[in-house]
Design a protein around this ligand. Structure first.
Ligand SMILES: [Zn+2]
Length: 312
């Protein structure tokens, strides 16, 4: 979408709200108080609101979305999403502030809310056939006096899984208050793989020994590994982890190039962003899809995933 197309599609605040209402409710406005689907009307003057003639309640069409408690006009939000998706490298809060005005803090929060929505995707057994699994280590300077990289450092581990056929990816920052080092990986890695990957899938990893349990007789997977410690990167028969490693390099480049540095607290948001970009590369309607994901699912399930909370 170009800027001209954007202004044509959303010429006014009301047009933007109408678009959101169509995406969220289709033709069926639903009252969140009593569940009525008939006798629910848009308010004439307060364009964000609806009224229910059954229970006499009024409600905002943005209840339960990332826009809910924001005073920023929806058209500005849409423009922020448009800019964010249009530039494949992303947009910094400084750049957004320059485009839409307001404070830096507001722009910063908007971008984080958009990233949270980007993570509101299904993760239950969604990847199948052949997947590549790998972990990477992001941020934090290595301790002084060590030259360690990756496993065994104090960087934050992230696990990623990519389905080779479709290039769909899921990734999660490993965080657990009680575990450290390889225990932490063991406690997180295998349960995460089992959550995301469908039974019967072939799982390709490197030779990190924690992955070996995937090949056990009672596990529902076929496990193949490539011997990176012997500097072997492909067996010529498709046993490699090049796709997920390519995703890591894109993630790291975006964090260093656009965002300079990222605190571990917000790392999952940036991982969400990289996944969303990868998963929607050829999706012309990534904008509308993001609006759909801006609506918090029931019981906040996917939301917790986005926030790095419980997913088991
Ligand atoms: Zn009602």
């Amino acid at each position: 979408m170009t800027f001209m197309e954007f202004s044509k599609k959303f010429p006014t605040e009301e047009a933007a709200i109408d678009y959101f209402v169509a995406v969220r409710y289709g033709g069926r406005l639903t009252c969140p108080c009593c569940g009525a689907v008939s006798g629910v009307y848009r308010h004439r003057r307060r364009v964000r609101y609806c009224e229910c003639s059954h229970c006499n309640n009024s409600f905002s069409v943005f209840t339960g979305t990332i826009f809910e408690s924001s005073k920023v006009k929806i058209r500005k939000w849409f423009y922020a999403i448009h800019l964010f998706l249009n530039d494949k490298k992303g947009v910094s809060a400084c750049n957004l502030q320059r485009e839409i005005g307001g404070s830096y803090r507001t722009s910063w929060r908007m971008l984080h809310q958009i990233r949270a929505a980007m993570g509101a995707v299904d993760t239950y057994k969604v990847l199948s056939k052949l997947v590549e699994v790998d972990e990477t280590y992001v941020g934090g300077k290595p301790k002084i006096g060590t030259s360690k990289r990756g496993r065994g450092t104090n960087k934050v581990p992230v696990i990623g899984i990519i389905e080779r056929d479709t290039q769909q990816v899921r990734a999660k920052v490993v965080s657990s208050p009680n575990e450290k080092g390889s225990d932490l990986l063991k406690v997180f890695l295998i349960p995460y793989i089992k959550r995301v990957v469908a039974d019967g899938t072939t799982v390709v990893t490197d030779d990190f020994k924690i992955y070996n349990v995937l090949g056990d007789d009672d596990e529902p997977y076929t496990h193949l590994s490539i011997n990176h410690s012997k500097r072997q990167y492909s067996d010529g028969k498709g046993v490699h982890t090049n796709n997920i490693e390519n995703f890591w390099s894109i993630l790291k480049r975006s964090i260093i190039g656009v965002y300079h540095q990222v605190s571990p607290k917000y790392l999952q948001r940036y991982v969400n962003e990289a996944c969303y970009r990868r998963n929607n590369m050829s999706n012309l309607d990534a904008f509308t899809k993001l609006l759909r994901q801006s609506i918090m699912p029931k019981a906040n399930h996917a939301w917790q995933i986005a926030e790095g909370g419980s997913w088991l």
